[in-house]
Write a protein that binds this ligand. Structure first.
Ligand code: SF4
Length: 491
């Protein structure tokens, strides 16, 4: 066991993997908004989960105290993350597991591929792992001739549909029942040709497909919801039982986990096991909670590896405001309440982490300039903060990242952006009562442009960039100052 992080830099280089889209958020969102079926699916699914969550959360008198406790535990854990990680490594190793440190996606994929190859297996079953999507593990394994089978029902739908996830918890939220039936009929070997879109029949088809994989696979790859540093225990919470199969049946288990996922003690875990299921699936308790500590002789996998992934996380930790994003327990409550996510869907974010948490986590993992449109993918309404079980102040982080973007852009470009020119002009006008009065009076002339429709639909450049996506209300016939003078006089 090493007490220092051999080979780990002070903080990482930018994260790589499935964290960048081909398009900016506004471009991708425009495509999504033009798909009425997608919007119907999203509206229905997020509305259902929102209602379930509200019902179970309102049952608890101490919900706000639990949120405060979760927030405090996460903040304290991050303040001593290095100590807790060293303790985790010590405990896992002492109980027969092997810990691997991965700087980034490339290193993690290499480690995992070599571990699988060492077993001689040519296939793995997978469970509960957003982080393996982040690093693009399936593609890396495929290049090495190893097939990776997703076993979460929604992940299976995404995989068979040659699709990408669009939600943290419900990756196939953009699909409805009849679309899923078509995917199964097209892609699932040996499926009943008379399969209907009844949920029970779809689940039965998936179960019989997966059962064969569970029984044949010698290696499983999992994520982890939590790791308890004081004992080296890994925790996976899930609803379908596929996790229990993956975590117990194969000979070798490889768990990949972001370094932020740990909690120091079992007492801390108690708080999160109350917060997570209520916030994610709207359940009082999730059906399956699997915990394992190293290797137990004669019981479960006899070869256990834990891959601890940085991939940009230590860079996030270095940002005093932005580091709060590492407190996330991936419940997805912020996605389900977000008016932007509900309309644009997850693919528009271009990252494996969509929605409000994706808008603050992804740009920090990759470097803000690599995902500069994401901090603007929000109305700053604050619904995400109200829903978040660990009280992550997402709106404040969004504003902070917008400021970082402006500063980084200014540092890298000799010419100011159109936005900073506009803001500079606005600051000049607003810093003088005389100038401000003159401009607001002059703006009245703009009424000519919108007198037929009652609003201004387009302005000449450069203001045309603003009116390209929104109308401008007609300037009032009387300014506030004129109204004040008329009604209150000089007083
Ligand atoms: S930011 Fe909060 S609400 Fe959103 S997924 Fe993370 S823990 Fe859940």
């Amino acid at each position: 066991m090493s007490q220092v992080f051999l080979g780990m830099p002070a903080h990482s280089s930018p994260g790589v993997g499935a964290l960048r889209g081909d398009q900016t958020f506004p471009q991708a969102a425009r495509t999504a908004l033009a798909d009425p079926q997608l919007r119907r699916n999203l509206g229905h699914a997020t509305g259902t989960i929102r209602a379930k969550r509200l019902a179970v959360v309102s049952e608890l008198d101490d919900w706000e105290q639990l949120r405060l406790a979760g927030q405090a535990i996460k903040a304290a854990t991050m303040a001593r993350l290095d100590d807790h990680l060293a303790r985790l490594e010590q405990e896992v190793t002492a109980r027969g597991g092997t810990v691997h440190w991965a700087r980034d996606a490339v290193e993690a994929n290499r480690i995992i591929t070599e571990l699988v190859q060492a077993t001689g297996a040519d296939e793995v079953v997978k469970v509960k792992s957003m982080v393996t999507q982040e690093i693009g593990l399936n593609e890396a394994l495929e290049q090495a001739g190893i097939a990776a089978w997703e076993t979460d029902l929604a992940e299976l739908i995404v995989q068979l549909g040659h699709d990408t996830p669009s939600h943290i918890l419900v990756p196939a939220i953009h699909r409805n029942r009849s679309e899923i039936r078509e995917i199964f009929l097209r892609e699932m070997p040996g499926v009943d040709p008379d399969l209907t879109d009844e949920p029970r029949r779809l689940a039965m088809a998936a179960r019989s497909h997966l059962r064969r994989k569970f029984l044949s696979a010698k290696v499983a790859v999992s994520g982890a919801n939590f790791a308890v540093a004081e004992t080296g225990t890994l925790v996976v919470v899930e609803s379908e039982g596929n996790g229990r199969m993956c975590l117990t049946l194969p000979d070798t288990l490889i768990t990949v986990m972001g370094i932020e996922k740990l909690v120091p003690t079992w007492t801390d875990l108690e708080v999160f096991l109350q917060l997570l299921p209520r916030s994610s699936t709207g359940e009082r308790m999730n059906p399956y909670t699997s915990m394992w500590t190293g290797v137990s002789p004669g019981d479960g996998p006899q070869d256990f590896h834990l891959v601890l992934l940085d991939n940009g996380r230590t860079a996030v930790l270095a940002d005093e405001v932005g580091r709060e994003a590492l407190h996330c327990i991936r419940c997805s409550a912020c996605l389900n309440v977000c008016p932007v996510y509900e309309r644009a869907g997850g693919h528009a974010y271009g990252s494996v982490y969509p929605g409000p948490i994706g808008a603050v986590l992804t740009p920090q993992l990759t470097g803000v300039e690599q995902n500069a449109s994401l901090p603007y993918a929000s109305t700053l309404c604050g619904a995400c903060f109200d829903a978040c079980p660990v009280r992550i102040d997402i709106p404040s982080i969004l504003v902070h990242l917008r400021a970082r973007h402006v500063e980084e852009y200014a540092a890298e470009h000799r010419l100011p952006s159109a936005e900073s020119l506009a803001m500079g002009a606005a600051a000049w006008v607003m810093s003088s009562a005389r100038r401000f009065g003159f401009v607001t009076r002059t703006a009245r002339l703009g009424r000519v442009l919108g007198r037929r429709r009652g609003r201004i639909r387009s302005l000449p450049p450069p203001a045309s960039a603003w009116t390209a996506t929104r109308d401008v209300p007609l300037p009032p016939t009387e300014t506030f100052r004129e109204w004040w003078l008329r009604t209150r006089g000089e007083s």
